[in-house]
Design a binder for this molecule. Structure first.
Ligand code: ADP
Ligand code: ZN
Length: 519
């Protein structure tokens, strides 16, 4: 490693040593080569372009999609004495003109710029007259239309390479599944870039998935173990964010809502409080989080299923950047899978995209239902092998029991069939358990042959059976029919008796620290 890099690392940034592959990445870019950097959130990506920008002649141009993020980074760099600035829509004309002048005068080490600004002919002509050290493309997965952060302007960034072929480019992202990676390489013309793929393992994060039962109570119990900690609770809808934040506040937690329906000022204020104060629980939609660099987030809880495992990993990656023990907790129920499927089917995406989204949802549901080590499953999804079980996830700590559910599954499937494949799990369970409800009477379901044949399991256990049958693809939820369950072709072998089925037993209540006995 050139000693100049280490010297700058220590004197400018105040770090003793490089982390992970930072040294090799810096070396590659300083030497003028392209790089694609895949590193988990909190891994230290910024340094990989900041340091080369200081070591090379000219200004490093950083493309970044988020205004808030740019401001934070520039602020932090200035405090280190680095000559950094940003150009985006938050600057008035006078301030922007001054930054442009500094750029032309060669007075900037780093310039952060929003992609739409970078692509203007005005800015490109400025660049023609500038000495450019490198191009850094941050959050490079924004080029992928399959992710939820798609930014169409990212597609045009290949023109940087076309106009300045001799300037090294470094693209960085924390989203690393193979299809996204391939798309980044292709869309940004990075075929010749050296790829640096860090381990995505975050050993200090403990992963837990709970089957939804009474999700409000389950969340409150989980939060009880984290009194005074900062954390994030993700919900799917704005309405649920508001309701959950209100519930938590009522229970004396310092909870704040965050979603795109709040005005910009409230959002900024809540974000600021989350970053500056201790023990704030941010209840948010996924509108919150990208670029949030708070080291001591102790937990990330999901009250609804995220859209994909990549999304999940990125969202949970916001926990524990300081390396201290942290938790990723996810509550999952049959309703979530049904709802997300409906959102995919009802969406106006094309067939190809729907197909892709269905695949991603299946992977996520598979993760939730898995009895294997969660960390191994997650890392395997990102193409990384993890030697042995991790010892720090729910399945490792409390290995789930499995049971031969063949008979129960047959009963469940028959009952769906006998009631006409027109009902959701709750009603079918009532029929199986021989309940006397208005709906049972209305449809005359006391007289179907499967009425009352399922007394051996309680309603919660039956919900587990149905959830897993849907997850395994033996049942599917009819989107038009408001989640009515239907048999799929895969159910046939089991119904005929030619197949057995092992299912995960519903786990006992989460073990909690026992209070010391009263004296
Ligand atoms: P990312 O962009 O990958 O999420 P950052 O670049 O924001 O991560 O870095 C995450 C944290 O790690 C920051 O607080 C940063 O100061 C710290 N960091 C980065 N590199 C080093 C290093 N070599 N030594 C110590 N701390 C580092
Ligand atoms: Zn594990």
């Amino acid at each position: 490693m050139p000693s100049a890099a280490l010297e700058q690392l220590q004197h400018v940034f105040g770090y003793d040593s490089f982390r992970g592959e930072q040294a090799q990445i810096v070396e590659q870019v300083v030497a003028g080569g392209d790089a694609l950097v895949l590193m988990p959130t909190g891994g230290g990506k910024s340094l990989c372009y900041q340091l080369p920008a200081l070591l090379r002649d000219g200004t490093g141009i950083v493309v970044s999609p988020l205004i808030a993020l740019m401001q934070d980074q520039v602020e932090a760099l200035r405090q280190l004495g680095v000559r950094a600035a940003f150009l985006n829509s938050s600057l008035d004309a006078g301030a922007a003109a001054q930054v442009e002048r500094q750029l032309l005068e060669g007075e900037l080490d780093l310039l952060y710029v929003a992609p739409e600004r970078l692509l203007t002919s005005r800015f490109l002509s400025l660049l023609e007259r500038t000495r450019i050290a490198l191009f850094a493309i941050d959050e490079a997965h924004c080029v992928s239309q399959w992710g939820h952060d798609f930014r169409p302007e990212y597609r045009q960034l290949t023109l940087l390479h076309e106009r300045w072929p001799q300037v090294p480019r470094i693209a960085l992202t924390a989203t690393a599944d193979a299809p996204t990676r391939r798309e980044i390489v292709e869309r940004l013309a990075l075929e010749d870039a050296r790829q640096f793929v860090s381990s995505f393992d975050r050993p200090n994060i403990r992963y837990t998935v709970v089957a939804k039962d009474d999700s409000r109570r389950q969340l409150l119990e989980f939060l009880d173990e984290h009194r005074g900690n900062s954390g994030i609770v993700y919900c799917l809808s704005r309405r649920k964010v508001d309701a959950t934040a209100a519930l938590l506040a009522e229970r004396g937690l310092r909870a704040l809502p965050y979603h795109a329906g709040l005005d910009a000022q409230t959002r900024a204020e809540h974000q600021r409080r989350f970053l500056r104060e201790e023990g704030i629980v941010m209840v948010a939609t996924i509108a919150f989080g990208m670029g949030i660099d708070k080291p001591d987030v102790r937990f990330v809880a999901h009250l609804d299923l995220p859209k994909s495992l990549e999304g999940y990993y990125q969202e949970t990656g916001r926990a524990g950047r300081d390396g201290e023990p942290s938790e990723a907790w996810l509550a999952y129920g049959l309703g979530d899978a049904v709802l997300l499927r409906r959102m995919i089917e009802d969406g106006d995406a094309g067939d190809e995209r729907k197909w892709l989204e269905r695949g991603k949802l299946d992977a996520l549901i598979g993760y939730c239902e898995s009895t294997a080590c969660r960390r191994q499953s997650l890392l395997a999804y990102f193409g990384e092998a993890h030697g042995g079980a991790c010892g720090n996830c729910d399945n490792c700590l409390q290995p789930p029991q499995t049971w031969d559910a063949s008979e129960a599954a047959r009963k469940a499937l028959s009952c769906v069939y006998r009631t006409g494949q027109r009902f959701g799990a709750a009603h079918v369970i009532d029929v199986l358990r021989g309940a006397d409800t208005a709906k049972v009477r209305q449809f005359g379901h006391q007289s179907v042959s499967t009425y009352g044949i399922g007394g051996e399991l309680d309603a919660k256990q039956w919900r587990g059976v149905f959830r897993q049958l849907v997850a395994a693809g033996l049942l599917d939820a009819d989107i038009e029919g408001h989640g009515a369950l239907r048999l799929t072709a895969s159910a046939t072998p089991l119904l005929r008796g030619g197949q057995t089925l092992q299912l995960r037993a519903e786990p006992p209540k989460r073990e909690r620290a026992r209070k010391p006995a009263e004296p």
